[in-house]
Ligand binder design. Structure first.
Ligand code: SF4
Length: 83
């Protein structure tokens, strides 16, 4: 069965959340509650509530790997000839 993934974007990055990996540690919610609010808000991750750097720093704290991110430029630039 494919692993379920949810994505949340701002102009710089895309945060990926894999619910099956989340151990509900609350670290994201305690660290950056404006962005990460699992108490029934939809979407539970709101990317416009903090700056990209703060969100990246928080995503890196996720102990289970449920949260990850990539820069939107990386995808757009894929295969681009920069020479
Ligand atoms: S920090 Fe990671 S494991 Fe903990 S609640 Fe947030 S997404 Fe889930």
């Amino acid at each position: 069965m494919p692993i379920s993934k949810h994505t949340y974007k701002n102009t710089d990055i895309t945060v990926v959340w894999q619910p099956s990996l989340c151990i509900h540690s609350g670290i994201c919610f305690k660290g950056l509650p404006a962005v990460f609010d699992p108490r029934g808000r939809k979407p539970w991750i709101e990317m416009d509530k903090a700056g990209t750097e703060a969100i990246v720093a928080q995503v890196k704290q996720c102990p289970s790997g449920a949260l990850s991110f990539f820069y939107n430029n990386d995808v757009e630039g894929e295969g681009k000839d920069v020479g």
